[in-house]
Every structure is written in C-alpha cells, then in structure tokens.
Design a protein around this ligand. Structure first.
Ligand code: GTP
Ligand code: SPV
Ligand code: MN
Length: 592
C-alpha cells in the first residue's frame, strides 16, 4: 500500500492513453498514492475495512444484513444539484436553453484551480468501468478518477468495474475521462461539468450519488445522449422490463418517469394475484440505451449493473423485490439506523421503532416531526440480488422494445393511461410531459415543471435538437414500439391517490402490452386512445367504474390550462423546436 505513486502507476493499466491521463491528473492533484481498482473481492474487503476505519461506512448487523453498510453524507450534500450542473459545449447554443452552460475554457480553468493539489495526503483511485454488458457492442468504457472510497465501492456495484473493463478497452483511446474530487464539500466549490466534445466529465465538491458516480447520470445520460444524437441511438432515463404472460410470451417495455416517480417500483413489481401466470422481469431500473436492430426493432440494454434506489416508501407491500435486493451486500446512504444495527425509513412495514439514530446521526424518537431517513435516502444494491432479474439483463444485444411509456407525477389533469396516435404524437406526449418536482434534486418539492421525457436534468445538448433526433429516428425504425403515457399519481379531493399503484399498475400494463400486440380495444379522445370501460381489469381492487371514469376523464377546461403551460416550453425552445411538434400542438388545439 505504501508504494510511491509512480511505482503503483507503472504496474497498472498497460493502456497508454489511460496511463498518460492518470499521470497528468496525478501530477495536478498530487495524491499521496494511486490505487488502480481491479474489481476483485479482496479489493472490496480491503477498501470496505478502510472506509469503516475512517468512519465513512458504519457496519450494520452482519448477521441480519451481511455485507451491508450505512453511509451518512454531509447534510448539505444529499441530492443532485441541477443549478451547479453544466454542459460545457464549445458553443453555448449547443447546450440549449434548458441547460446551464459554461465555456469549456473557463470550466477547465475554474475547476482545474480547485483540483490543483486537491488529493494531497489522500489516495487517488482509478476506476476503469464498463457501462453495458461486458462484450456488448453497445457498451461504453469510462475511467473515473476519484479521491472517494465511497465512490469506488458504489461504482463497484453500479458498473462492471476493474480489470474486466480495462481488458475490454484494450489499447483504444475511446473512453470517457471522469475526474472527481470531494474537496471540502463547500457548496461554493461544487460543480458538475460535462464536456461532450471531449468525452470528459469533471465533478468536484460533492459526494452524492448522481453528482459523483460518473458512469450514471453524467456518462450514461448527459454524455450518452450527446453520443446517441451523433451516432443514431437513444440514451434515456428509462427502466426496462419484460412482461411474461401465462403463455410464456415476454414483451419488453421501456418507461421514462422523472426522478423518484416510480421507475424502480415499476421495473420490479409483483403482479396482483388476479394475474396468475403473469411475471415481471427487471432488465433495468433507471437507464436505457436503445439502438435499431437488424430486424428494424428498437433494442435496449441497461448500462448499469446495480440499483441506486430511493429508500423511503419501499416496503413489503409496495416493493418486496427491492427489499430482497437490499438484504445483503448493499450500501445505504442517509437512512435511519435502529439500535440493533438495522436500517429504517419512512414507509417501511410496521410501526416505527421507538428509538432510532436518524440520517444525520442524531437520536430520534417515534412520533418525532423530523424524518428519520432523508426523503432522498438511497440504497445501492447489486442487480444480481433481484429475485426477478431478467435472464436477459446481461444479454449483449439487449431486448426488443414493444412499447415506450412516458409518465409524470401529476395530481390533476393527466389521465391514468393513454396511447398516442402515432410516433410523432408520441414524441409530442413525451416532450410536453409535466411532473411535480421531488427530493431527488435540491430545490422546492412538489411544483409542476415541464420535464420532457424525464430528461430535463439529463439531456447533454439542446432539447429542441433532442426532439428532432427522436422524430428523425422514426425513419430508421421499421418496426417502432407504440408510445403511451401514464400517470399513477392523480388525487381525489381529499388528496388521496385515486389509483392504488405499485403492483396494481400491472392492470394498466396488461392493456399496454395488449395494445402493442394489436389485441385490445380503445376509445379515441382529443389526447389519444384510452381504454374503454371494462378494458382495465379491476377484479379484486377497490376502484369503482366511476373512479375509473374520473381517472381516464379528460377535463377540457383543465386541458386548456395545461395547453397554455406547455406554451412556456415551446417559447423557451423556439429556436430549435421542430416544426413537426409545433404542428402536433396545432392539431391538439383544434381537437380540444
Ligand atoms: P430515481 O431513482 O430517482 O430515478 O427514481 P425512480 O423513478 O426509480 O423512483 P422510485 O420507483 O424509487 O419511486 C419513488 C417514489 O415514488 C417512492 O416514494 C414511491 O413510493 C413512489 N411510487 C412509486 N410507484 C408508485 C405508484 O405506483 N403510486 C404511487 N402513489 N407512488 C408510487
Ligand atoms: C435520479 O435522481 O434520477 C436518480 C438518482 O436516479 S441519481 O443517481 O442521484 O441521479
Ligand atoms: Mn434516475
């Protein structure tokens, strides 16, 4: 462990490009030592012990939760920071009006000054990783340099990390260069910068997941979407699941819901007992990379290998498979801890324990007004723990997608489910999607904002150009998936959810896969096709046909207001908004 930086570095990667870059970064950040991550079990054990010794990880009861640890982040560093996230394209227009932009020269200078000497006395970790199954023609390689052992241990779960990724890279110079330094967690020195033209990410001043696990939102979505545009594919904030029917036929679906709006839950749901013989298989819970296959269909891979999931609300009732995922080898961030070394969060089964340690390490008592777990507390769990992991999750070619679903969190206006009239209309539905903000990003929670295709915080280039890309792909997809919109979050007058959600979403999904197979009836409305009365199986749930009518109703007055709210997005993006979407808007106006 006490070798000099140069010695250790020499034994590391033989890839000359990685080597040269690591040397450059080391001479700039001046770490005490350099550790090349090999991804081995021995390495995990050693680094975990180190993290425990340094107080970065707290061991949980190893009998109850083998291999599980708790991490408490700095209370000012618990979510993504959209206002400190920048797209540093050479031209400002290329970032577009929905992204923060910084001149790349300025960004390199500003962050370069913060990185100078920032790893003095610390270990610099070099993490080679693959996004996508090893050997997949669609996978991409990244190398993240970080001074955080927490990042290393999380990346080990979330990506295929270590020697295997270096082997896949070979001598190529085609890899993402990601640099992260924790600094002193001063929010004034927190910047998440993306340089799409350089395939580079620089992140400093944070230790929170989405800001620092650079393979995830930074590479797989922001840089990925930019690459997707130039190379002709999609990088999307979508879960991927397989729905198996009682005949054993599996249909694959991809769904984009904004952060903390139900992707993990939907991706691993258990169908209700009325759906005997139906099964859901998880391919991915957050990100989908999709390409056109030789058969003219859209094929999707999940670039990740773990789940960085929202803890609060996860229970035996809502998501038993997620609970199974976190039984072992899981890192918990900012949840509560019970006196016997287990975890707890709001919305878990049963009554809260009388006493706890809260997410900030303070004593907490049942009945306290403060939350024991932070609303954006998370678990990092390996996907192999998932009892319903799809047998295709590691398939290099991915799975063929038959339906794409867009969904937001809307307490009013937006119906439970509808199907678009065609591809361009489906793109319009995704593009104009609104959703109430959540705790996944810092800022006000619960305000409706436009979140096109759940990609507002994650599109690495101009959003109007992104819509153009979606429209242009149609001509390349001979057998396109059908496009749907859903809303699980409509509320009644007392603020209660009208739709039971979670596993019961299977009832809506059944209609969707049947429609995608051309097998279910529908009624035309100004917004799209909706299920006819009786088309959604309501056996065994307490949802009356009247509530169902309300859930699928289209209130023209509310929709006129919604139509005006969408105008803001069209105005903001007027420079590049594709004509086809302006036409869709005109068509909707006339239908309304
Ligand atoms: P990210 O990891 O942030 O991208 O989020 P996600 O989309 O995977 O969100 P997740 O599935 O973790 O859901 C987050 C929140 O939505 C939790 O509080 C859930 O309880 C709630 N939720 C999920 N599905 C449903 C549903 O069908 N109905 C209702 N009412 N709430 C739901
Ligand atoms: C999200 O916020 O959409 C997440 C969590 O999936 S993070 O990785 O922090 O972005
Ligand atoms: Mn997400």
């Amino acid at each position: 462990m006490s070798k000099t930086a140069a010695q250790v570095s020499e034994q590391g990667s033989r890839n000359p490009h990685v080597q040269q870059w690591v040397d450059e970064v080391a001479s700039h950040t001046q770490p005490a030592e350099i550790h090349w991550c090999d991804g081995s079990e021995e390495e995990r054990e050693r680094l975990t012990k180190l993290a425990v010794d340094q107080g970065i990880l707290i061991p949980l009861d190893q009998e109850k939760r083998p291999g599980c640890y708790l991490h408490r982040s700095d209370p000012n560093d618990v979510a993504r920071v959209e206002h400190l996230t920048f797209i540093c394209s050479r031209k400002k227009e290329d970032a577009g009006p929905t992204n923060n932009w910084m001149d790349p020269k300025e960004a390199y200078a500003k962050l370069g000054a913060l990185f100078a000497g920032s790893m003095k006395g610390r270990t610099m970790y070099v993490i080679p990783y693959a996004m996508g199954p090893i050997g997949s023609p669609y996978a991409k390689i990244g190398v993240e340099i970080t001074d955080s052992v927490y990042v290393v241990l999380n990346m080990r779960i979330m990506t295929r990390m270590g020697q295997t990724a270096l082997d896949m890279l070979g001598d190529s110079n085609d890899f993402n260069r990601g640099l992260h330094s924790t600094l002193d967690l001063d929010p004034n020195k927190r910047f998440i910068c993306h340089f799409p033209e350089d395939n580079t990410i620089w992140s400093c001043g944070s230790g929170y997941g989405g800001n620092v696990l650079l393979g995830k939102k930074c590479l797989a979505l922001r840089i990925g979407s930019y690459l997707g545009k130039s190379e002709g594919w999609f990088a999307e904030h979508m879960l991927i699941l397989g729905v198996e029917n009682p005949k054993g036929e599996t249909t694959y679906v991809a769904a984009a819901f904004p952060s903390a709006c139900g992707k993990t839950n939907f991706a691993m749901m258990i169908p209700p007992k009325q759906f005997a013989g139906w099964k859901i298989w998880t391919v991915g819970d957050d990100i989908s990379w999709m390409r056109v296959g030789p058969d003219g269909r859209l094929w999707a891979i999940n670039p990740e290998s773990g789940y960085f999931g929202v803890a609060p609300g996860t229970s035996k009732k809502s998501n038993p498979n997620a609970l199974a995922c976190v039984e072992k080898n899981t890192l918990f961030t900012n949840v509560g801890m019970t006196p016997d070394g287990d975890v707890w969060w709001e919305g878990m089964d049963g009554a809260p324990p009388a006493e706890l340690t809260d997410w900030q390490g303070r004593p907490w008592k049942a009945g306290s007004k403060e939350k024991a777990a932070h609303p954006n507390s998370r678990f990092t769990a390996p996907m192999r723990n998932n009892p319903v992991l799809s047998p295709k999750a590691n398939e290099p070619e991915g799975v063929p997608i038959s339906a794409i679903i867009f969904g937001g969190r809307r307490s009013t206006t937006v119906p439970l489910v509808l199907e678009s009239f065609n591809w361009a209309h489906g793109v319009y539905l995704g593009a104009t999607m609104g959703s109430e903000t959540t705790a996944a990003a810092t800022g006000q929670v619960g305000v409706v904002r436009r979140d096109p295709m759940a990609m507002l915080p994650f599109c690495g280039y101009d959003m109007g150009d992104y819509f153009t890309h979606w429209l242009a792909m149609q001509s390349r997809i001979a057998n396109p998936p059908r496009i749907f919109q859903v809303n699980w979050f409509r509320q009644g007058s007392g603020g209660e959810f009208l739709w039971p959600g979670f596993g019961e979403n299977m009832r809506v999904l059944e209609w969707i896969v049947n429609r995608a197979a051309g097998k279910a009836g529908a009624r035309e409305t100004p917004l799209g096709w909706v299920p006819e009365r009786g088309q959604i199986n309501l056996d065994g749930i307490d949802v009356s046909e009247e509530t169902m009518d309300h859930l699928t109703e289209i209130d023209r007055e509310a929709w006129k207001k919604e139509f005006d709210l969408q105008e803001e997005l069209f105005e903001k993006l007027q420079a590049t908004m594709p004509r086809a979407l302006i036409l869709q808007r005109e068509l909707l106006r006339s239908r309304l």
